[in-house]
Design a protein. Structure first.
Length: 220
């Protein structure tokens, strides 16, 4: 079974976006994973398909309606997939989440908009709130692309070389070591001599030391 992603959004035209290019896009076209964008407004109320209303208790902006959101969610087969609400107040998305979700059957992402989503549907549908950073976006679409890219790239075979993800940032709590390639010298800066020594044990030790140094320096 391939990894199945469903995104509930007011802007389905935002997908696949950058998920449709490079190796991740190729994997999508080859069927290694699937992506379905569901138009939230299709479940809107009244002749104008309204999806939001004024916040109870007053205040600025609009709030996505619980009945509209629930109708969209309930139209999608869950198939044991986690249901994620992308929200700036959610738990910070990290590599551990990406690893967990990429190993499962897929994921359902609900893209927030306006002042947010009625709390009742978050509770009633057991939605997990997730944020991709400590900044507020206009909506959850960009965040959904971040989450999906982080998950899909971990699916075996998508990147072509599974070894490339073993020692990258966050995989074991350390940031990635510096990377170098040709030319051997550029603007007076040379590639560290140890990397061209051919001594694989010394290269491995150097990379580990650099990962520890950078992680300590940057406070991760």
């Amino acid at each position: 079974m391939s990894f199945a992603a469903t995104v509930i959004t007011l802007f389905p035209e935002a997908f696949p976006g950058t998920l449709g290019v490079s190796l991740i896009g190729k994997a999508l076209r080859d069927g290694a994973w699937s992506l379905d964008a569901v138009q939230l407004r299709d479940f809107g109320q009244g002749p104008h398909k309204n999806v939001d209303d004024t916040p109870a208790g007053g205040g600025a902006g609009m709030v996505l309606r619980a009945d509209v959101a629930a109708a969209a969610i309930d139209s999608i087969p869950r198939n044991d997939r986690p249901l994620i609400y992308l929200s700036p107040r959610g738990k910070q998305f990290d590599q551990a989440m990406a690893e967990e979700w990429s190993a499962g059957p897929g994921i359902i992402l609900f893209c927030g908009r306006f002042e947010g989503l009625d709390e009742r549907v978050i509770e009633a549908r057991n939605m997990q709130e997730v944020a991709v950073g400590e900044a507020v976006l206009a909506g959850g679409e960009a965040a959904a692309i971040v989450v999906l890219e982080a998950c899909v790239r971990l699916i075996p075979g998508v990147l072509g070389n599974d070894a490339s993800i073993v020692e990258e940032s966050f995989s074991d709590g350390l940031l990635e070591h510096p990377q170098y390639t040709k030319p051997r010298e550029w603007e007076g800066r040379a590639i560290p001599e140890i990397l061209t020594s051919g001594d694989h044990a010394k290269v491995k030790a150097w990379r580990r030391a650099e990962r520890e140094r950078i992680t300590k320096l940057r406070g991760s």
